[in-house]
Write a protein that binds this ligand. Sequence first.
Ligand code: GTP
Length: 186
Amino acid sequence: VSPCNTHSGPASGIHCVDFKMKTIEVDGIKVRIQIWDTAGQERYQTITKQYYRRAQGIFLVYDISSERSYQHIMKWVSDVDEYAPEGVQKILIGNKADEEQKRQVGREQGQQLAREYGMDFYETSACTNVNIKESFTRLTELVLQAHRKELDGLRTRASNELALAELEEEEGKPEGSVNSSKTCWC
Ligand SMILES: Nc1nc2c(ncn2[C@@H]2O[C@H](COP(=O)(O)OP(=O)(O)OP(=O)(O)O)[C@@H](O)[C@H]2O)c(=O)[nH]1
């Protein structure tokens, strides 16, 4: 019996987007993350695609007990490429790893697909809590790394501009200083 059978998840078909905030620690830094869980069903696509635009990191999730869900990943990737910002970080997830007896998608298939798209890959179980923390931490790390570059670029630009402004201020000063005028005529 799957441990998931004992709990009832959100009623499918009622919510098309679920939202949660969580604080996790990455490299000793506390990071507050917003998690948007968008529905997979086709009929919600118009709404859910709107959420891609502001995403910094995306999990593409299939179910290891469903070959069909694995085949769908290619479509998700092309949607993400179309609607998510450039530079969005992506991780491939094969969920329901606790359902080994129902497995239809091999771990190597997941690894292979992830390699093709240049993504990290985890097999997870939301029921037995396998690789959940690890995958969230990794995605957060990737997002931070991607934005650290941006931040470093901003810092460099700001310090260059500051140095230039100081130089201009220095050059703009009238010939002779306060001290030299004193030595001349007083
Ligand atoms: N065995 C097992 N069942 C899971 C796991 N994760 C989710 N489920 C079950 O799978 C079903 C669907 O879960 P949801 O969280 O609604 O899946 P979803 O992909 O968000 O579904 P949509 O939002 O409708 O696209 C529920 O019955 C969950 O209990 C898992 O890791 N293992």
